[in-house]
Design a binder for this molecule. Sequence first.
Ligand SMILES: Cc1cc2nc3c(=O)[nH]c(=O)nc-3n(C[C@H](O)[C@H](O)[C@H](O)COP(=O)(O)OP(=O)(O)OC[C@H]3O[C@@H](n4cnc5c(N)ncnc54)[C@H](O)[C@@H]3O)c2cc1C
Ligand code: HEM
Length: 402
Amino acid sequence: MLNQPSAAVVSATLPAVRAHGEAITRRFYQRMFDAHPELLDLFNRGNQASGAQQAALAAAVVAYAEHLTGRSAMPWGPVLDRIAHKHASLGITPNQYTIVGRHLLAAVGEVLGDAVTPQVAAAWDEVYWLLACELVAREARLYAGAGLAEGESVWRPWRVTARRQETTDVVSFTLTPDDGGAVPAFVPGQYTSVAVDLDGGRGQQIRQYSLAGRPGADHWRIAVKRVRGADGLVSTHLHEHVAVGGPLRLSPPFGEVSAVAGDGPLLLVSAGIGLTPAMAALEHLAVATPRRPVVMVHADRAGAAHALRGDLPRLHAALPNLHTTLWYEDTTDATLPGVPAEVTGGRVDPELIPLSLDAHVHLCGPLPFMNTVRGGLLRRGVPVERIAYEVFGPGMLRGEPN
Ligand SMILES: Cc1cc2nc3c(=O)[nH]c(=O)nc-3n(C[C@H](O)[C@H](O)[C@H](O)COP(=O)(O)OP(=O)(O)OC[C@H]3O[C@@H](n4cnc5c(N)ncnc54)[C@H](O)[C@@H]3O)c2cc1C
Ligand code: HEM
């Protein structure tokens, strides 16, 4: 709880902090990276350049201040869980909170100038540390749950044991630990962080990839879509430079969203590369509860762009109550031998998704796609708490599907 005098000061200064949020976070990152250039290897450079991450951190602190001062009824548990899982997958340590806090509060002072009296600075320091302590505590529990000793690195050496070009843009990698240790268990929907050293001495970058194989197998599998245009740093590196036998540094599995919630009917809705959590769900169910009723709805540009679809005949054979509906924008190469799927042309119409109202739902795909599908399912009567979703980037706070 924020103490009463601090709450009054935070309430009075919230509009100014919110209004200058972008300038404050820009200044914060400049200061922090000048003082700690090693942290550049931790943060996503694409998000830095596009401003997405600045907005996420600032939005979280401001939203938390609104929460503490009674201005927002937003439930905080799920937000803290999401951030803590992401942080844990990056190996964020408690001492880094001290660095972030120091530079964030100094940036508030620089941008707001004389308005930041010692009393104002102390009140915002309190907000920051209340939030930081919640995250540090959650992250400590996650590290312990992953079997890490205090202070032990999350990074473990793995090796690529198979690589398959799934489509023009998607490559899948089969991975096994290089230290002879066990393959960690995971829940479908969880991801691993992958750390790569970019060529040309451009430093390290880290990205998350959903585990797309069977939980409990003696290997992991990820499927990576190459981001083209302004070429994606890590996906391009993985496509161009990581071959069979190649080493990779991976984190333990983290992620708060389960793709197999409940034990009744399950609806998995995905678009494009967003199908990776759904594939892990099917692989899991094929072994754990093969008779569970499952509807898989997947949207893609065309059959040739639909990654991992070669696995569907095997999964259909193992899951007698799996019903697959595919929406391809171009249906010319849609036939899928061994898969009794309905194939429809065009984009997903949420009104036409085969739906059992007691289903648990998992969504993964671009935000506009998830907004459309989630809105349609809510209108059709699915309770909000039964719709889980995964966003393949920062954006839960600003991009909350509605
Ligand atoms: C929980 C989770 C699970 C995920 N699972 C998967 C998965 O299973 N498979 C998968 O393929 N991906 C997955 N992702 C996405 C993945 O983590 C990466 O974001 C993706 O591979 C792109 O990373 P990149 O380094 O190639 O691109 P980045 O370099 O991060 O670029 C990403 C975007 O930013 C743009 N950009 C880059 N530089 C700039 C700049 N200077 N200015 C403006 N914009 C810029 C790029 O054009 C691109 O559109 C997941 C993400 C999350 C959070
Ligand atoms: C109270 C303090 C903090 C808050 C409120 C916060 C908030 C956030 C949020 C909202 C995200 C995006 C999560 C998502 O939706 O994917 C995020 C990601 C991230 N955070 Fe934090 N964070 C804090 C502290 C830290 C610290 C101490 C570090 C380490 C120096 C750190 C490093 C990162 C990194 C590297 C990411 C991943 C995204 C990227 O690389 O751009 N954060 N954080």
